[in-house]
Design a protein around this ligand. Structure first.
Ligand SMILES: CSC[C@H]1O[C@H](OP(=O)(O)O)[C@H](O)[C@@H]1O
Length: 350
């Protein structure tokens, strides 16, 4: 049976609930979950059932609007108090991806202009839907600019999953591959498995196969050898938070690839929407790095692969110095060094 290439997505809003693709079950099971209360939304984000900076921002926005639609008060002051309680709850789910707080703050701005509880409930949901639908065009534009930047390069490496299922559609780092396949541009993508959660092995390999893109899976430790032996021509990655000087937080292992690109004299690109920039973080030192539990490292499929009680350090992200980044590809165009200035000129207009 021939497979019809499709670009998979992970989020669907249905009138009064959000349907999410359970990314913890991929690639073996394609399962959708219905989120019905704010604890469902929180737990889905914390447990990485939904993950990826833009996708968790969109999910949190729906979660907050959904919760607010059930507040039983006609008093706007009381409504606002409940709103801020739930906003803070969702904001605490994961600390590194700034898209989460960006989306929640956008809803708070909508609430500030509401004249009644009913108007607030309506406008909050419309804002969440708008954040979701806007993101698809943003990712498509990132894909267009990335195709220009990659030019005639075809052998590209990536890490984690900055793909269609990590956003509304298309993705950021993977967007050029999806668009390219639709236009007959044949990329060969080398996907790092991305220990410990295996977003590369479980998600990027699956997503690109669904979309008909040529993907080769490697372990993270094979990156240097693969760049040299397979003639990798560029690396493109996503981002969770980009500071004012261009330092970029992304999945753990990303800075390792940037250092390899510097050594092998190939370009290292970051692909991210404007909503991933955090100008209040002056440098990467200001970016909070999420640390996750030991089980992600000491177990696989529920089986211990390390001795009991071993000390574990599990940072989920690392920071790549702006000095190692060749370009930051956004929906507004490509930013080049010196990033402090180009970010001020471009992202301030967001
Ligand atoms: C466009 S996704 C951006 C970013 O989010 C991922 O982190 P996680 O899987 O922990 O949510 C990864 O760092 C991606 O590059």
């Amino acid at each position: 049976m021939t497979h019809t290439p499709t670009i998979p997505t992970s989020l669907e809003w249905h009138e009064d609930h959000l349907l999410i693709l359970n990314q913890q079950k991929l690639p073996n099971t394609v399962e959708y979950l219905t989120l019905t209360n704010i604890t469902d939304y929180y737990n889905a984000i914390v447990s990485l059932k939904v993950r990826g900076a833009p996708a968790i921002g969109i999910t949190a926005a729906y979660g907050l609007a959904h919760a607010a639609s059930h507040y039983e008060t006609d008093n706007l002051t009381e409504f606002t108090h409940l709103f801020r309680r739930d906003k803070d709850y969702l904001a605490d789910s994961r600390p590194t991806a700034v898209n989460l707080v960006w989306a929640l703050n956008r809803l708070e701005q909508v609430l500030a202009h509401a004249q009644s509880v009913n108007e607030a409930k309506t406008n909050l949901l419309h804002s969440a839907i708008q954040i979701h639908t806007e993101d698809e065009e943003v990712c498509r534009m990132i894909g267009e600019y990335a195709l220009d930047v990659l030019d005639d390069k075809r052998r590209i490496m990536t890490i984690c999953n900055a793909g269609s299922i990590a956003t509304s559609k298309y993705g950021t780092a993977l967007a050029p591959f999806h668009l390219g396949r639709e236009r007959g541009i044949g990329f060969q993508v080398f996907a790092c498995e991305t220990r410990p959660v295996l977003q590369g092995a479980r998600l990027t390999a699956w997503e690109l196969q669904q979309s008909g893109v040529d993907v080769t899976l490697i372990t993270d430790s094979m990156a240097a050898h693969t760049i040299k032996e397979k003639g990798v021509e560029a690396v493109i990655v996503g981002a969770d938070r980009i500071s004012a000087n261009g330092d970029t937080a992304n999945k753990i292992g990303t800075s390792m690839l940037a250092i390899l690109c510097h050594h092998y004299h190939i370009p290292f690109y970051v692909a991210a929407p404007s909503s991933t920039f955090d100008l209040s973080s002056r440098t990467g030192d200001d970016i909070p790095i999420e640390e996750r539990g030991p089980d992600e490292i000491t177990t696989m499929g529920g089986t211990m692969i390390a001795p009991e009680h071993v000390h574990v350090y599990n940072p989920a992200f690392d920071v790549t110095s702006h000095e190692l980044i060749s370009g930051i590809i956004t929906e507004k165009g490509v930013l080049y060094p010196h990033f402090q200035e180009s970010i001020q000129q471009t992202i301030n207009l967001a």
